[in-house]
Each structure stands twice: as structure tokens, then as C-alpha cells.
Design a protein around this ligand. Structure first.
Ligand code: WT7
Length: 658
């Protein structure tokens, strides 16, 4: 579906009224920005850094490439992100403006003004300081969507502590690994989270993570009381957030940090078994979060912005915690799930809060299309969505059919859709339409954001002509790029700046540019990374989780296959230590292994298909032939050359083992 060629599809023009009023108005304005950046990359970014960011000490040098690929941006400038997001807006007269509209799982609404949010963040920051957290310390945040979650991140930024948010769906083992790798001194969590009317544990998982051992750096655990559910308490270590905040002053002088001071780490999956801590900067990151919120979403003072991502992902960082607040916007923080109390929750929430900009993932759209097809009552036509003016998509390719449905049924045919391509590592959008400029082609993320030198090259780094696919790279550094992998600069260089690519940033995706328009279409990852419901999963990570079930598993190989709803689905081929199970027994062991993976990584990593074999298809040198496994997983006939296979008979066995 997503491989449909853009040229065969209908082009959608942005509506004239939107173009006229847009921050980047029309393609001539887009091209002028691209030309400005091409003429002088540093002058362009320097200008925007002065316009979009408030500096305590102005920078004198825009880019320092002397240690490339460890680029430094605005290095001698100092600033504070929380000051940019809060104090600065109050100074501009926005103190009473609503910053956050918290829409709880049960529909309860809490509005927080900029003044209130600043007070809360300052109290939180003072509480962290009172527990000894200092500039440069790492703080793990394991919370669900809440005002407190956003405030925790902002409070870290205020005192120069480096946050590392761990998505609330990750397992104890994953929490432990991240606390350990980051050397975190504190974990901030909640007693429980509420999702779809269910109470799910958070604190208990942190307890379990700590019990696994290896978290010696950890001194304190702060617990936000969300549900009041029963939890175990360790008085020497655990603190209630409300008790920590009580009596703390509601002002706190920001810690002015250098632009390159790390703002956060965010762990993401790569080609090896171990997730990597992507390190982002303060100045360059904030610039791009703010700039893309302004240009890609055209955020204006009266907008109500809603990004449905979780703060556990980079989308929640850039487009909930930082970008919209840096611009003084009003945004929704949504605790719940799209299907509770019914599969019209998104539409009802847009109607309720008069949301004007809505940003979600293709998986959510596809599952809501299915829901609306099955039950007319939850169709978006039953909600008043007239407040919407711009729609966005993120995380995975959006197939043209889902694009058209979203455009017609949610956007009423009048809202541009920005299909934003980016990554945890890029910090913000890198290829995307601008809603008041770019003609849109469903399934294509269109053109590079002005100043981002995205290109398609071959394995030697040479440009390929439009129309032929290749490797997606970004040729020049940009302010919000990943700075390093925490604790592993060599891995950073190897993963993103391989020697053969002439100093270009390697995104890890394949892409193709349209012959006529030059529009980009992402063709999928070129490494061992899967994208399941917009969540990034390393095949090696899942394999290591499976083989760590040493009682049962001898060997495992994981591949992806296309899935109509989740984009890709995880398929595991497993060799057990005992004989190959069939029938009911195979089903039962598969369930057991799925639960094992959920426990090791998190439920999002559960394989959809598990097939058992006596062996795996290997070359004579012992290499697993994943190409063949991918064909089997897809259910397609094997046309590849299998002559190098040591054990060709295994293919029939695995094909039948379903
Ligand atoms: C990978 C990055 C972007 C923030 C959330 C995911 C895929 C992302 C698109 C898009 C096609 C996309 C890529 C990318 N991806 N957006 N609009 N069209 N593919 O961040 O977890 O770091 O994953 O998501 O494969 O490399 P992430």
C-alpha cells in the first residue's frame, strides 16, 4: 500500500485562505527559505536561533565542525529551555493563557495556565534540588500522560538535569537497563496509570526494576499519586510528589546552561540488541522544536494543538513538552486511549476542546477507520470537527487510502495533512509538507524542511537520480541533530556517520524521489529495525529477549511482515531446546513466549506470529538467511536463490508451521 507511486496519485493543494495567513505562505516563500539556507547554512540557522530562542548569553559562533561528526551549535550561547517555554511567555503577557488542557482517561478536564505551570515547574525543580539533583545528573521519568509528567521534564530542564523518559509500556527489565545505562540518580514515577478505564502499575514495575539489581546510582524515587492504588513503600527511598512539593517556593532561578548541555536522553532501538541513549542538546534542539511547531503546524495564538503521542516517545518531547510551549501555544495532554469509552474518543475530544491542529499516527487512523466501518456510531461524521484546520501524521508511512480517509472524514476535505518524516535522532521534522505552501501527494512526506539537506545516495554516497531509490541521508549538520549515543561515541559514529558516506548523516531509511516533483517517499528501514504501530523495535532486541528464555529457546530469528493496521508485524521463528511442538501445544508455547517478551521488553514487542522449526535456514557458514524468513513471514513464494542453504528442507517446514 505504502509503496504506491506518488505520481499516480491525486495532488491536493493547500486551501487558499490557509495559504494567505500561513507563517510560511506559498511555495515561493518555501523556496526563498531553502535558497537562504543554501546560500549560507550558518547564517540561516543563526538568524532563526536569534528569532525563536531567548538567550541569556548570545552565541558568537553558529556551528563548530572541528570535531565532526560531533557537531556543536551555538556553543558559547547560554539559555534555559524552561525559561523559554514558561517565563518568556509570561513576560509576553500570556500568564493567564491556558498552556495545558489535561483530558483525563475518564474525561475530567484540568486547565493549567502559563503562570500556574511555571509555579508548578519551579516547585518541582526546587524539590529535585532539595534531593540533591544537580546540573548534568540524569533523571529517569517513568510516568503516563499527565501535567506532572510534562512538569517533571520541564523541572529537569530548569535545573539543567538531563531527563530520560521511559515509555510507561516498557517492562521492569527495560527500566532497569535504562536507569543503569544512564546512571540515573532519581526516578520519577506514578503509583499507577489509568488507560481505558484500567489501572495499570508503574511504581510496582520500578520496584521490580530496582530489585533486578544494577541501579546503584539511584538515590530517590518520587511517586506522583494518580490513582491511590495500593503500592509497596520503601521509606528510605520513596517519596510522595505532593509531600516533596509542599512548602517549596514557586519561583526558581533557571540554571543557565551552555547550548550544547544535554537536555535529554531518549533510548531507542537500533540494529543491535541494546537500545541506544540518543543524546540531544539544549539550544539546537529547542530551536528546531519551536521552529517546526511554527512552520509545520503553523501554530498561531488562537490554536488548540493536540499531539496524541506519549511523552515517552520523541514526538511527545518535541510536540508536547517543548515545541508548543516554546511558542506560547495551548495544547491538549491526553491520558487515555483512542477507543475508550468508545472508538470516537479522538473525534469527541476534538469537538469538546475545539482542537484546530491534530497530530496522530497512521496506525491510530487505520484502526479508527476499521472501527468506524464496523460501527457507524463512532464515525467522525457524528462529531463536530469544524474547528480543525491542520492535520498531521507521524511515525510510519501513511498509506494513500488512510490519507484520503483522514483528509475527507476528519479534515472535511479542507485541512492539509502534514506527513512528517523524522526520527528520535533528528529531534524534529526533517522532511514534511508545510501546510500553507506544499501541494500534498498522499503517501509522500514531500520535501525537506528548509535548511535540512536531505538527499538520496547509493552505498558510496553518490547522489542517485530522482526516480531511482536509495539511501536517505542528510548532507549537512542541523541544529537539532543527535549529539552522540550516551556513553558510546564510537557507536554514534558507526551508526550515523559510516566512513563510506562522505560525512553524511545516515538516517537508516530507504527512500525514493519522484521524477517530476522531487517529492520523497520513504520506503522503509534499511537496517534491522521494525516499525510496529509507529513504535521502533530492533529485531535483535526481540531475538535476545526470546533466547534469554533459556529453559525453552535454543535459537530465534525475528523479521517483519506488512500488516494492514500496525504497518509492520513482528514474526519470530523459534527453535526450541525440546522437539518441535505442533497444534495446541505450539499455540500454548507461543503464548508463553509472547508473555516472556512482554516481560523482558514490554507488550509492544510481543511477536504477532511465532513459528517453530527444527532449525533455521542458514548458509553453510552458519548465517541465518533473513531474506527467506521475510518471504515466509509474508506468505510469498520463495523465488530467491536457495543454493547456498545448508538445510533447504527447513523452508517447507517453516512455511507450513503456521
Ligand atoms: C522511524 C523513526 C518520528 C517520530 C516518531 C518515530 C519511521 C517516522 C515517518 C513518516 C514514513 C516514518 C522511519 C524512521 N517514520 N515518520 N512520516 N513516513 N516513515 O520516531 O521511533 O525514532 O522512528 O520511523 O522509519 O526512521 P522513531
Amino acid at each position: 500500500m505504502s509503496s504506491d507511486q506518488p505520481t499516480e496519485l491525486k495532488t491536493h493543494q493547500p486551501p487558499a485562505a490557509l495559504v494567505a495567513a500561513a507563517r510560511v505562505s506559498g511555495m515561493a516563500a518555501y523556496h526563498a527559505l531553502v535558497a537562504e539556507a543554501e546560500a549560507d547554512h550558518e547564517a540561516y540557522w543563526g538568524r532563526l536561533a536569534r528569532e525563536f530562542v531567548s538567550w541569556k548569553t548570545p552565541f558568537t559562533q553558529v556551528l563548530d565542525s572541528s570535531q565532526a561528526p560531533f557537531f556543536k551549535w551555538f556553543a558559547d550561547g547560554t539559555l534555559n529551555v524552561s525559561h523559554n517555554c514558561l517565563d518568556r511567555n509570561i513576560e509576553r503577557g500570556l500568564g493567564e493563557k491556558t498552556a495545558l488542557i489535561f483530558e483525563a482517561d475518564d474525561g475530567a478536564v484540568t486547565k493549567v495556565s502559563y503562570r500556574e505551570l511555571l509555579a508548578k515547574v519551579c516547585q518541582f525543580a526546587n524539590a529535585l534540588k532539595a534531593r540533591g539533583v544537580k546540573k548534568g545528573d540524569r533523571v529517569v521519568i517513568y510516568m503516563s500522560m499527565s501535567v506532572e509528567g510534562v512538569a517533571a521534564m520541564q523541572a529537569c530542564a530548569r535545573i539543567g538535569a538531563i531527563h530520560s523518559v521511559v515509555f510507561g509500556g516498557f517492562s521492569a527489565q527495560s527500566v532497569r537497563d535504562r536507569v543503569q545505562d544512564a546512571g540515573a540518580v532519581m526516578v520519577i514515577t506514578a503509583d499507577e496509570q489509568l488507560r481505558g478505564g484500567k489501572q495499570l502499575p508503574l511504581k510496582a514495575i520500578v520496584d521490580e526494576a530496582i530489585a533486578l539489581g544494577g541501579c546503584e546510582t539511584l538515590k530517590n524515587l518520587i511517586v506522583y499519586q494518580r490513582t491511590g492504588g495500593k503500592i509497596n513503600w520503601h521509606p528510605e527511598r520513596d517519596r510522595w510528589l505532593h509531600e516533596e512539593l509542599a512548602g517549596q517556593p514557586s519561583t526558581c532561578e533557571p540554571e543557565w546552561v551552555e547550548a550544547e548541555h544535554p537536555l535529554f536522553l531518549l533510548y531507542t532501538s537500533g540494529s543491535t540488541g541494546k537500545p541506544k541513549g540518543v543524546q540531544h542538546s539544549t539550544g539546537g534542539y529547542l530551536l528546531h522544536a519551536a521552529l517546526t511547531t511554527a512552520w509545520t503546524f503553523d501554530l498561531k495564538p488562537d490554536d488548540v494543538f493536540w499531539c496524541t503521542a506519549d511523552i515517552g516517545w520523541v514526538t511527545g518531547h518535541s510536540y508536547i513538552t517543548y515545541g508548543p510551549l516554546a511558542l506560547g501555544g495551548t495544547e491538549i495532554v491526553f491520558e487515555g486511549v483512542p477507543t475508550y469509552p468508545a472508538a470516537d474518543r479522538f473525534w469527541k475530544t476534538i469537538e469538546k476542546h475545539k482542537v484546530s491542529i491534530f497530530y496522530t499516527a497512521p496506525t491510530a487512523i487505520r484502526s479508527l477507520i476499521k472501527a468506524a466501518e464496523g460501527n457507524a456510531a463512532v464515525h467522525p461524521k457524528n462529531s463536530d470537527l469544524s474547528s480543525l484546520r491542520i492535520l498531521g501524521s507521524v511515525g510510519e508511512p501513511i498509506n494513500p487510502a488512510a490519507w484520503e480517509w483522514y483528509h475527507a472524514n476528519v479534515g472535511g476535505g479542507r485541512c492539509p495533512i502534514v506527513d512528517t518524516f523524522w526520527q528520535t535522532e533528528t529531534g524534529g521534522h526533517v522532511i514534511t509538507p508545510l501546510p500553507g505552501a506544499t501541494p500534498m501527494v498522499p503517501g509522500s512526506c514531500t520535501l525537506p524542511f528548509p535548511g535540512i539537506t536531505a538527499a538520496i545516495v547509493d552505498e558510496t554516497g553518490a547522489d542517485v537520480p530522482n526516480g531511482s531509490g536509495g539511501i536517505l541521508v542528510i548532507k549537512k549538520p542541523w541544529p537539532s541533530m543527535i549529539r552522540t549515543i550516551w556513553g558510546d561515541p564510537e557507536r554514534f559514529k558507526k551508526s550515523y556517520y559510516p566512513a563510506e558516506l562522505k560525512g553524511y548523516y545516515l538516517a537508516g531509511d530507504g527512500a525514493i524521489r519522484d521524477k517530476d516533483t522531487g517529492y520523497f517517499t520513504i520506503t522503509g528501514r534499511i537496517d534491522d529495525v521494525l516499525n510496529v504501530s509507529g513504535h521502533r523495535m530492533g529485531t535483535m532486541e526481540i531475538e535476545s529477549a526470546l533466547v534469554s528464555c533459556t529453559e525453552l529457546v535454543a535459537e530465534a530469528a525475528v523479521v517483519g511482515r506488512p500488516d494492514d493496521t500496525t504497518g509492520e508485524a513482528i514474526c519470530a521463528f523459534v527453535v526450541l531446546k525440546r522437539s518441535r511442538p505442533t497444534g495446541e501445544e505450539a499455540k500454548q508455547i507461543a503464548t508463553q513466549l509472547r508473555n516472556w517478551v512482554a516481560k523482558e521488553i514490554g507488550p509492544i514487542a510481543k511477536p504477532k506470529d511465532i513459528r517453530f522449526g527444527d532449525n533455521l535456514p542458514k548458509t553453510r557458514s552458519g548465517k541465518i538467511m533473513r531474506r527467506l524468513l521475510r518471504s515466509i513471514a509474508k506468505g510469498e513464494a520463495i523465488t530467491q536463490d536457495t543454493s547456498t542453504l545448508e538445510n533447504p528442507a527447513i523452508l517447507d517446514q517453516l512455511t507450513q508451521a503456521n
